[in-house]
Design a protein around this ligand. Structure first.
Ligand code: IMP
Ligand code: MG
Length: 369
């Protein structure tokens, strides 16, 4: 993912795909033109990269020139096209191929047709690397199209967002959901995960999704997913990941305008982590980090034994039970630590100290995401 000015963009079309499309365009155009020497007209600024790469692939002699038009403000095309540099040579009787980086509404193309109306060229052909068919509002024929794309703003390979992004060798697409902080929160029993989750949720305006709570809510309210989950539980079977994912998806949708989510109790397996990645991707977002509170076993045991004295929770009063729970925790999270580490998304945070110290450490990590 990249950020230009205030917006985020995600990888969309690779340099390799662009090269393949340009090779194909060069071949098609050469097939049609044959031995004649064409004049390729690039439309500045955006087309400088495509023109440069295109003419290198063109197998026969050709001429190259540019015109310069401007029609875009920010991420929206405007009707008002300015002619900054017009034609600087006589093209009478020549075969002219316009080389565009992108055709969006077609307003620019209309202006190009106006420019050529009285030039008495032999033929005027339009070639464009990218084309947004659902944005196109004109009837001019597009003779050669590289790659059709949906009507979403892109940058890279000559295309810019307010001046930035033209130099990128590949193309990125705007993220419609803007940046979210999505955390997968882990901590061994007694690490203070609940306390910290509450704090983070306030500070960063995140929605805390505890899988346990989500299950209890769905079962209690007898939602379709809750009943489905219960039918497995009643048989003593594991609830299939897809059911859990569907419940989480519903939570995410209920809170579509959140700044992000804290996932607590999920994922527990590689397959679940992958499913969560797919879910976030469908929301045009991603997991930002796995944050794990790290506390030494002996400290945890002492904390839980202390808590057991007052809470009366049976599982907090027996040291060997506690140690078992901690061992289980490490066994289960090791896989996820690996999963997120390979994506450079694992952050261990020292969970020993005062509540404020720990939240401070967590904030330091989150502020970098
Ligand atoms: P049209 O006049 O609406 O067809 O838009 C053509 C011009 O708008 C292009 O030459 C680009 O400069 C700009 N443009 C259109 N769509 C995009 C985009 O997705 N990213 C960056 N610039 C764009
Ligand atoms: Mg352009």
């Amino acid at each position: 993912m990249i950020k230009l000015h205030d917006k985020y963009f995600k990888p969309f079309i690779s340099a390799q795909e662009i090269e393949t499309a340009i090779e194909r365009l060069a071949k098609e155009i050469h097939n049609d033109i044959g031995e004649e020497i064409p004049v390729f007209v690039g439309v500045l600024n955006g087309s400088f990269m495509v023109v440069s790469d295109f003419v290198k692939k063109y197998p026969k002699p050709c001429e190259v020139t540019f015109i310069k038009l401007a029609s875009y403000e920010g991420v929206k095309s405007t009707e008002d096209i300015q002619r900054l540099i017009g034609l600087t040579q006589d093209l009478k009787g020549r075969t002219v191929v316009i080389l565009e980086d992108i055709i969006d509404t077609g307003n620019t193309l209309a202006e190009i047709h106006r420019i050529f109306k009285n030039e008495q060229v032999k033929a005027l052909k339009i070639a464009t690397l990218f084309y947004k068919p659902t944005a196109y509002k004109k009837d001019f024929k597009l003779h050669y199209v590289g790659i059709e794309i949906p009507n979403k703003f892109i940058v890279g390979y000559g295309l810019d967002y307010d001046g930035l992004g033209r130099n990128l060798p590949e193309v990125y697409q705007i993220k419609e959901t803007q940046h979210m902080t999505n955390l997968v929160l882990f901590g061994p029993p007694g690490a203070g995960k609940g306390t910290q989750a509450n704090f983070l949720k306030e500070k960063y305006n995140l929605v805390h999704i505890s899988t346990g709570d989500v299950f209890r809510f769905n079962i209690k309210n007898e939602t379709a997913l809750g009943m489905l989950a219960k039918s497995y539980m009643d048989k003593g079977e594991l609830v299939p990941d897809q059911v859990t994912i569907d419940m989480l998806n519903a939570e995410v949708e209920k809170n579509a305008d959140a700044n992000g989510f804290i996932f607590d109790g999920f994922p527990r397996t590689n397959a679940q982590a992958e499913a969560l990645d797919i879910l976030m991707d469908a929301k045009d977002s991603e997991i930002s980090a796995m944050v794990a509170l790290e506390v030494e076993d002996d400290v945890l045991v002492n904390r839980l034994l202390e808590r057991g004295k007052t809470s009366g929770r049976a599982d907090d009063s027996n040291e060997s039970v506690i140690r078992n729970r901690i061992t289980e925790y490490y066994k289960k999270t090791a896989i996820l630590k690996d999963y997120y580490s390979t994506q450079n998304k694992y952050f261990g945070v020292d969970g020993v100290g005062s509540i404020e110290d720990i939240t401070e450490r967590l904030s330091k990590v989150i502020d970098t995401l």
